[in-house]
Design a protein around this ligand. Structure first.
Ligand SMILES: [Zn+2]
Length: 598
């Protein structure tokens, strides 16, 4: 073969190879651009720029000692994209096993024509991880956070709860939602079909600002014991409801606040509205004889009466065409007889209290009740507070004046009553009650601190000291013996009021509110406790239904707060030198023979 022929053959071969290559390329392009076009169009559409929220972490709610009452933990929202899922039966089987949910329900969701829907919100972190690992096309998990209440029902009415989107719905979660929530950030970037950010495509990023923390005045130990004692009485007396408040009289700090029935904020959506009601601030009740303490304070402070004045009780007294009566118990079956102011309180004499009311007159009694805070909201910072009783003393007939003097026909909230008793305990000052001690920035530094606030002086120190002594007589010798705390001098007053009928006229037969308000120790009161039990069955006396709650919670409070006892019981002396003989002969220094009273 000649050289030039060889070259021509080779050129031909080369051209052939080149043509073949072109044909292949064109065929491939045809395949990609025409035949596979729908697939690649879909793929490209999924590569979109998206703004993805970076959720801020909600702040923690602490009790006064740093115990966590509400915390935020990591969680996942699990989603599906039903339109993308081909084998819906198989995905339903796999996913229902991971989520632990109904396969049938899940299959219904997958068979819908939705582009995107959640199948689980705020799922535990291991569930989210399992979904990610399973790599099922058309399913995925989004990192989020979840609110958890480690104490369960503990302080549920104060703390409240959030909804599934992390917004505060009730309690302090609602009141301080703005401070707790923080500000969400975001990132703008390209995401893939699974919604994951493609590395290197980030265009903008704003970091989230986490929420601040809140420190309460609540003491978890005292809260737990108050809830426990209240629940015992609520159950033992098959009551319709019950509420109790423990307050530090000198500062107005709420140490504990309990309501029955109660609920678990971790499962708030399955609780009844009645169980979520913070009765301590939203419910009005008739204080009954616990209000006699205010009448006595008013009478002494206004100098309408003196501690040595004598009043007479013959069991009943006619006022116009009406008659008022005393609840009588042995040994006073014919009336309380000659009573000074202290005895009126000690045996809860209605007629004596009415007479103090008459000596004061409507205007002065009204003004004292106003100064005690009964016409204003207590301003505790808890949501849903009501004000209650409000009328004009000029409209009071004598019978109404008498009734108000011994606590009937008026309505107050438990918080108002706790606030009023704190004034007797602390030397005459109305303190603003409060539950939030401090708001902290996300870095833990204080943002706002709350201090004790004096609202007004309602009586002199000497009047408050006098009435405190009298209230101590109620517990040591009178109707309040069941509130006694061994080793301490306890002050308090029982109450038992018939409930107003729902028709608005007269009283509901057999329906009472039993209450007790008191404080200890007499010398330097550390806690005020108010207990009100709604519609107890079988018995309705404050002494049997409410005072034991006070006793249990107060005993615990004295131990927990390490308050030195007023009277240290003498150590038992060994009898005849025998080690075994001593203890049997020692009697309890406290006798428990409750004398019931109104
Ligand atoms: Zn009487």
């Amino acid at each position: 073969m000649r050289y030039d022929e060889l070259v021509r053959v080779r050129i031909k071969k080369l051209i052939f190879v080149l043509i073949a290559a072109y044909v292949l390329i064109i065929a491939r392009l045809f395949y990609i651009q025409v035949i596979r076009a729908p697939f690649y169009r879909e793929k490209a559409r999924e590569l979109t720029v998206r703004k993805i929220a970076l959720p801020a972490r909600r702040g923690t709610i602490y009790d006064r000692d740093g115990q966590k009452l509400a915390v935020t933990i990591d969680a996942y929202d699990i989603y599906v994209q039903p339109v993308k899922i081909k084998d819906k039966e198989e995905v339903a089987t796999q996913l229902s096993q991971i989520l632990g949910c109904s396969r049938t329900q899940l299959l219904d969701t997958l068979k819908s024509d939705k582009k995107f829907t959640y199948v689980a919100r705020r799922a535990d972190i291991w569930i989210g991880d399992a979904v990610t690992r399973a790599k099922i096309f058309g399913t995925g998990s989004i990192r989020t956070t979840k609110r958890v209440y480690p104490g369960g029902t503990l302080a549920a009415h104060i703390v409240g709860f959030t909804n599934v989107d992390g917004k505060g719905i009730e309690g302090l979660e609602r009141v301080y939602d703005k401070q707790l929530r923080g500000t969400d950030g975001y990132v703008v970037a390209e995401v893939d079909a699974r919604g994951k950010i493609i590395p290197g495509t980030r265009r903008d990023r704003v970091e989230p600002i986490n929420g601040g923390d809140i420190v309460l005045t609540i003491d978890s130990t005292l809260q737990r014991s108050l809830e426990h004692e209240l629940e015992k009485s609520y159950k033992a007396h098959s009551a319709a409801g019950a509420t109790a408040i423990m307050m530090e009289p000198k500062t107005g700090e709420i140490l504990a606040l309990a309501n029955m029935p109660t609920f678990d904020p971790n499962n708030a959506k399955n609780s009844s509205a009645a169980s979520r009601r913070d009765r301590a601030v939203t419910d009005l009740y008739e204080p009954g004889s616990t209000l006699k303490a205010m009448t006595v304070c008013a009478g002494l402070e206004a100098k309408a009466v003196t501690p040595t004045d004598i009043f007479y009780c013959n069991a009943s007294k006619g006022i116009g065409r009406r008659t008022i009566r005393c609840s009588l118990h042995p040994p006073f079956m014919a009336g309380h007889g000659a009573c000074n102011v202290a005895k009126i309180l000690k045996y809860s004499c209605n007629i004596g209290a009415a007479d103090i009311g008459f000596k004061l007159g409507g205007e002065r009694l009204y003004k004292f009740e106003q100064a005690f805070g009964f016409y204003e909201k207590p301003d505790s910072g808890l949501p849903g507070e009501v004000r209650g009783w409000h009328d004009n003393w000029r409209d009071w007939a004598d019978i109404r004046l008498a009734n108000i003097a011994f606590g009937q026909g008026i309505a107050v909230t438990p918080m108002q009553m706790a606030k009023a008793y704190s004034a007797i305990a602390n030397g005459g000052l109305i303190m603003k009650p409060y539950v939030v001690k401090e708001i902290r920035k996300p870095d833990g530094k204080p943002e706002q601190q709350f201090m004790p606030t004096v609202v007004r002086r309602v009586m002199s120190e000497s009047t408050s000291a006098m009435v405190s002594e009298m209230l101590q007589g109620v517990v040591s010798e009178g109707t309040g013996k069941t509130a006694d705390v061994q080793g301490y001098r306890v002050c308090g007053k029982t109450g038992s009021a018939q409930k107003a009928s729902t028709t608005g006229r007269g009283y509901a037969p057999g329906k009472f509110i039993a209450s007790f308000a008191g404080f200890l120790p007499l010398r330097d009161p550390r806690v005020v406790i108010l207990v009100a039990v709604d519609e107890p069955k079988g018995t309705h006396w404050g002494a049997t239904v409410a005072a034991p709650v006070f006793q249990g919670a107060a005993t615990r409070a004295m131990w927990h707060m390490k308050v030195p006892p007023d009277n240290i019981p003498e150590a038992p002396k060994p009898v005849g030198g025998s080690k075994n003989g001593g203890s049997d002969t020692v009697e309890s220094p406290v006798s428990r023979h409750p004398r019931l009273g109104g």
